[in-house]
Design a protein around this ligand. Structure first.
Ligand code: ATP
Length: 454
């Protein structure tokens, strides 16, 4: 297989250069590995989330959507076990004053000598590990002392469990059925890093699938398969994906079986999504703490039970990062190097760029007409500034699959060229056929051209 050209530094630089993702609060020097998404980043992220919703509620009828609150009743986190157990082990170095995750020491640079790991130099003086809760705390009410301490949710899942009974009441569903949601979660990560892989605030795409207890294992298998296939459907190469089952020590307190979908990031195989069999842990705990019955009564069989839960929990930022890493490529076009994102057209922020070859002779006006025609049908962009070569490079770097070029021939015969980002083929197409031609190409099955070189 050809060696991969992608590195994390190249992805970070490209994202900043093209305004996809860049450091937050930059005018104040940035803040703790926190990032903002610019125009193309927002579109890419939205396409990832749309593809997820499509697979959850568009392609199937056994899942309903939910958008629950970020701040929930504080008892939520007592019941879920997060207050007592959602912790990371932390060590301080008395020499450099930095804090490190005790279980990540081997991956982190020493505060004084970055070529070494913490604890490896004679000067390092590490404290015993202490448990550090990852939940962000805040207060409801005007006076801190008198107010109620609440938490920013560290996962979206618990909101789903709190609403289980309500949703059951109106959704007209019975197990097996799921409740899906996408939203922000917050974790006070001690060692965030690796771009958007680990940040303090991040979006999750989580679905809790409630099943009769006897069917939990088979549904766990089902979701492992489904989720792996989903990543392939959005264009991630199969040989960059794997499933890894947690061993007994690694399992969370609520889980009887978890497998992670891992992606081969430039930093190595790392978690993209966790798919857990949570059993009846959450519903039982919330029933105990709230005094409410959280169970399902099957009127047909007269059976009453607490459903078991299978949870595929994915991260939006990690999926965006995987898509970017997988799509990143460098090649040579017409004697010049180019950087190109070979994104699946479904994920590409812009589907088509409309470009007059020169910004005179009536070409911009004609190109504007073409742009206005296409923009109602797909995310399109008009660009007339700079040389045509530079404009192609710019579109290649944000992964635009098609470029439509308006030239002098267009004025004569009403045709344009359609340039393919990956093959670089240029076809002459009549303007009135463009919506159908581009629509068909966008809908066609897609295989990463990087596979061809593998
Ligand atoms: P890790 O072991 O990498 O900290 P986790 O096992 O704690 O992750 P889960 O609690 O299973 O993560 O969360 C589900 C998903 O949410 C993860 O697979 C990941 O995609 C995403 N996620 C979790 N924490 C973060 C974070 N700090 N930044 C970005 N995404 C995250």
């Amino acid at each position: 297989m050809a060696p991969d050209v992608v590195t994390m530094d190249k992805i970070v630089a490209l994202c900043k250069r093209r305004g996809l993702i860049f450091p937050a609060s930059e005018i104040y020097g940035g803040i703790h590995n926190t990032y903002d998404y610019g125009h193309y980043g927002v579109l890419l992220k939205r396409n990832v989330i749309d593809a997820w919703w499509q697979s959850m509620i568009g392609d199937r009828t056994d899942i309903v959507a939910l958008d629950s609150a970020i701040i929930q009743h504080p008892k939520t986190w007592e019941a879920s076990g997060h207050l007592a157990g959602f912790t990371d082990p932390l060590v301080d170095c008395k020499t450099c004053g930095q804090r490190f995750r005790a279980d990540h020491l081997g991956e982190l640079p020493c505060g004084r000598k970055p070529s070494k790991h913490p604890g490896e130099t004679p000067e390092c003086e590490l404290t015993e590990a202490r448990e550090f809760n990852l939940m962000f705390e805040t207060t409801i009410g005007p006076v801190k002392e008198a107010g109620a301490t609440v938490y920013l949710r560290p996962e979206t899942a618990q909101g789903i469990f709190l609403d289980f009974k309500t949703v059951l009441g109106f959704a007209r569903k019975k197990p097996p059925f799921g409740i899906a949601q996408v939203g922000k979660s917050f974790r006070n990560e001690i060692t965030p890093g690796n771009f958007v892989f680990r940040t303090l605030e991040f979006e999750q795409m989580e679905m809790e699938f409630f099943v009769p207890p006897g069917e939990a294992e088979q549904w766990h298998e089902h979701w492992l398969r489904e989720r792996m296939e989903w990543y392939e459907r959005i264009g991630i190469r199969a040989d960059h994906l794997r499933l890894r089952a947690h061993d007994a020590e690694e399992l969370s307190h609520y889980s009887s079986a978890t497998s992670d979908v891992e992606y081969l990031y430039p930093i190595g195989w790392s978690e993209l999504e966790g798919i857990a069999n949570r059993g009846d842990f959450d519903l039982t705990q919330h029933a105990k703490f709230s005094g409410d019955k959280l169970e399902y009564f099957d009127t047909a069989s007269g059976e009453r039970y607490v459903p078991h839960v299978i949870e595929p929990a994915a991260g939006v930022g990690r999926t965006v990062l995987a898509a970017l890493c997988d799509a990143y490529d460098e090649d040579d076009v017409g004697g010049g190097p180019r950087t190109v994102l070979r994104l699946h057209p479904r994920l590409a922020p812009i589907k088509v760029a409309v470009l007059p070859v020169v910004s005179k002779d009536g070409l911009p006006e004609r190109a504007q007409e073409v742009f206005q025609m296409l923009r109602g049908q797909m995310q399109a962009e008009y660009d007339e500034g700079g040389s045509i070569g530079k404009r192609y490079r710019r579109q290649d770097e944000i992964g635009t699959p098609f470029g439509v070029t308006i030239d002098h021939q267009t004025l004569e015969d009403g045709t344009v060229t359609v340039r393919d980002r990956d093959t670089l083929a240029q076809d002459r197409v009549a303007i009135e056929d463009l919506p159908a031609v581009l629509g068909a190409r966008l809908a066609a099955p897609w295989e990463s051209p990087k596979l061809a070189t593998a």
